[in-house]
Design a protein around this ligand. Structure first.
Ligand code: SF4
Length: 803
């Protein structure tokens, strides 16, 4: 498909793409000297002057006090006039914002498809600074050294591919062993006022340093990587007012484990959680990161905190003093990093830190929250295992220096009384910097002396990479972890393992009892001489007194790597885990005609559409992972799972029939009921149906993110005007669009008419609705969003060459 120069002009106007060759944060001609930083900090500092200028425009239009989250988000809107003019009333929860994020971070599992898609755009480098982090594919079993070697051997082709993409496009590559994405982002990239996207749901961890950081799928990341504005419905703002000060055994983790109990796993959906109140100033920066990290567990878009002295201390400790000074200046002079006086929240929840007690959440859901004082009773009442089988601390959620030093204070106390843990104890440092610093400060020796196993600086047991050999599959057992997620089988692959989430301090106290009902605030342990004693509340330092150690410098990528155009991207043609993407065919320019491959009954989440588990291995190989398409779906006509029927009545697995019809050149549609595509924002749930020949999903309603993903991949998402029409259409029915062309040519919003002919000859005219925006119409015509952006980028490049 060719894209006219008029289209190119329109795209520039409507999408405001960054011009090629302007990689880095958007700058502003009036960039204030007071916010300037030395060159080596430039790509890590938000363009404060430009953001303030844009915020002024937003203020002129909205003319009301803004919350902190609104300030950061709205000052990243491409065109405030277009977004806000005439909408003085409702913005939150209603207006779609086109945003220019400052940075992108990608973890190894999701980076594969993000980069494969980015490659098809034909750009020489990313439009914004970006980083790749190899953390999810590392096993936890024998300890850091052996596990790392084994994992590198098994996953080398994926790591080689990611490294080569980093070289070619100038993306920072943090190799296996360097640390977990969110910890590295906090240590290096998160900055107050930054807006970033990350291809991982716990990206909001960066909110601990006052950023707006949002977890997205690969196709969304590609928007930012190509400089194409990223669209988000303006979230509502949930204010959490913190008063008082944590004390004793209570820790930052308890703020979020308590809040998860209040909000439940859906309570934060569509919201940014913004913390405020005097209690905020008492928290460490890393403690705030823990709280933001687990905002994902209540479904929040992201979470953030106003600028604090502890953020400044953390920036200085992580060798970013000029950035700390710029942030302080922008806050002191303009109040940019805090809410305006009088700003209103959509909802407010108050938490008194002084009276907050430790909480334990689980099993199987992070919002089943029990205060520690009631946990023993809950164990009995629910017949949860009375004995603990293992304790695990660390992960991206809780492996800060403060966490480790407080844990070490507990382990030291136990050692002094001659007591050893009763169950296996595992520690996952979040980064090489943390590993090296806790080793330098003697904590690692303390942990090893207690028989703990220190695992690699990676996700390991948090993401099912725990090669556990002390239990068998199906054996009911309880573990305590300082992680953030506790769905069945998440850690050790055993669906009967109950993971209870709590602070690292409580995990550590409990391993010395081994009893799930133990409460260190009131229960005693027995020392080596048979005497009773109580553990004292943990003590620790917020930051290392002698500074952070960088550890193995080989892990550190260049701060601002330059793209190497001649570099080859390494993908073996025989690989079953990676395959280069072929662009999808553009729209053929005539009304669509297809057949119904499947009518789905009931709930159909992205897990039903694109199963995870063992399939994750194939995330970089679209053809192979597509063999999982809709294998969890229930056939409405037969009640069978993963069964679809051909015209002659022959039954097939759903992806098998898709492959057959694709080979026969027969496009297909899937019909479904309500909230199709709810759950994780999994882009393969849109990519795979498209790859296997799907042209339309027609349902009673969509989960919005999945609907957007379908549009991005060139699949037509339609909903019934009259839900009862779902019953008029049968499997294998022929569907023809009657006025699709009119809609595409004129960008008419609203209704598309379908002619349905069932196999028994019955015919129906059905009205359906679409929600395609002008941009999304262009995506559809081009075959996918990536095709469209790629075409425009290539034209833009050609034009710039001519000038
Ligand atoms: Fe995700 Fe766990 Fe890794 Fe954090 S440590 S990024 S939660 S898998």
């Amino acid at each position: 498909m060719t894209v006219s120069s008029r289209n190119l002009h329109l795209l520039r106007l409507s999408l405001r793409v960054r011009p090629i060759g302007t990689r880095g944060f958007a700058s502003h001609s009036s960039e204030s000297i007071s916010f300037s930083v030395p060159p080596e900090f430039k790509t890590r500092t938000p363009p404060y002057a430009a953001l303030l200028t844009r915020l002024d425009k937003v203020r002129e239009i909205l003319n009301r006090p803004l919350t902190l989250a609104e300030k950061i988000l709205y000052s990243h809107v491409v065109d405030p006039e277009e977004a806000f003019a005439g909408k003085s009333g409702q913005i939150r929860g209603e207006t779609y914002l086109k945003l220019n994020p400052d940075r992108v971070a990608m973890q190894d599992a999701s980076a594969q498809m993000a980069l494969l898609q980015f490659m098809t755009c034909g750009m020489d480098s990313t439009a914004v600074p970006a980083s790749i982090h190899c953390d999810h594919l590392i096993v936890g079993h024998d300890g850091a050294e052996k596990d790392l070697k084994a994992s590198i051997a098994v996953n080398s082709e994926v790591f080689d591919f990611l490294r080569s993409c980093g070289r070619k496009y100038g993306i920072q590559f943090w190799g296996p062993g360097s640390g977990i994405i969110h910890q590295i982002v906090l240590e290096n990239f998160s900055v107050p006022g930054l807006m970033m996207l990350g291809t991982d749901s716990h990206t909001p961890n960066a909110g601990g340093l006052g950023a707006i950081a949002i977890g997205v799928g690969g196709a969304d990341a590609v928007d930012a990587l190509t400089g194409t504005p990223w669209e988000l419905k303006a979230p509502r703002i949930l204010g959490v007012k913190l008063t008082g000060q944590l004390n004793g055994w209570s820790a930052p983790k308890d703020v979020i484990t308590h809040l998860a109990g209040v909000l439940t796993v859906r309570g934060g959906t569509g919201y940014i959680i913004e913390y405020f109140g005097e209690g905020v100033q008492t928290l460490s920066c890393t403690g705030m990161a823990t709280i933001c990290n687990m905002g994902a567990e209540v479904g929040a878009t992201t979470s953030t905190f106003p600028y604090t002295d502890s953020m400044k201390r953390y920036l200085m400790a992580t060798r970013r003093e000029p950035i700390a000074n710029a942030a302080s200046a922008v806050n002191n002079l303009h109040g940019y990093l805090r809410a305006d006086a009088g700003a209103e929240y959509d909802q407010v929840i108050e938490i008194n830190l002084s009276s907050l007690e430790p909480h334990i959440n689980g099993p199987f859901t992070p919002d089943l929250s029990t205060p520690l004082s009631q946990f023993g009773e809950a164990v009995q009442k629910n017949s949860w295992p009375s004995k603990l089988s293992a304790g695990l601390i660390g992960s991206c959620t809780n492996s800060s220096y403060q966490d480790m030093s407080r844990v070490a204070s507990i382990v030291r106390q136990a050692k002094e009384r001659g007591v050893k843990p009763k169950v296996p104890f595992f520690i996952t440092p979040g980064s090489e910097q943390i590993r090296a610093t806790i080793e330098n400060d003697g904590f690692t020796d303390v942990f090893l002396g207690a028989g703990a196993k220190v695992l690699a600086n990676a996700c390991g047991p948090c993401i099912g990479q725990w090669a556990r050999d002390d239990t068998t599959k199906g054996e009911v057992n309880a573990i305590l972890t300082s992680f953030n997620r506790n769905f069945r089988a998440r850690n050790d692959g055993n669906p009967a393992t109950m993971n209870f989430l709590t602070s690292p301090e409580i995990v550590t106290a409990m391993i010395y009892s081994g009893d799930m009902a133990f409460n260190p605030l009131k229960d005693k342990l027995i020392d080596a001489n048979g005497n009773e004693f109580m553990l004292e509340p943990p003590q620790g330092d917020e930051l290392p007194p002698s500074g952070f150690q960088q550890g193995d410098l080989e892990y550190l990528p260049p701060i601002d790597p330059k793209p190497i155009q001649s570099a080859e991207v390494v993908v073996s043609s025989t690989s079953d885990r990676l395959a280069l993407l072929e662009p999808f065919e553009p729209f053929e320019g005539r009304e669509l005609k297809m057949n119904v491959l499947l009518k789905v009954k009931g709930k159909c989440t992205t897990d039903h559409i694109s199963a995870a588990g063992a399939w994750l291995k194939y995330k970089g190989h679209l053809e192979n992972i597509s063999n999982n398409t809709l294998i969890g779906a229930v056939n409405e006509e037969t009640g069978e799972v993963n069964k679809a029927y051909d015209f002659d009545g022959a039954g097939y697995g759903i992806p098998e029939l898709m492959i057959k019809w694709k080979s026969e050149g027969r496009p297909w549609a899937v019909l479904a009921e309500h909230n199709y595509g709810e759950g994780s924002a999994r882009e393969h749930a849109a990519l795979s149906p498209r790859f296997l020949g799907g042209r339309m999903i027609l349902c009673k309603s969509f989960a919005r993110i999945h609907e957007t993903n379908l549009k991005k991949q060139g699949v037509l998402p339609l909903t019934f005007v009259d839900e009862a029409d779902y019953d008029l259409v049968n499997g294998c029915a022929s569907i023809e669009t009657l006025d699709l062309l009119q809609m595409l040519n004129n960008c008419v919003s609203g209704v598309i008419t379908l002619k349905v002919t069932n196999q028994d000859g019955s015919e129906h005219i059905i009205k359906t609705k679409h929600t395609m925006s002008k941009d999304q119409v262009e995506f559809f015509k081009a075959g996918s969003a990536i095709n469209y952006i790629g075409s425009l980028r290539r034209q833009q490049h050609a034009q710039e060459q001519q000038i």
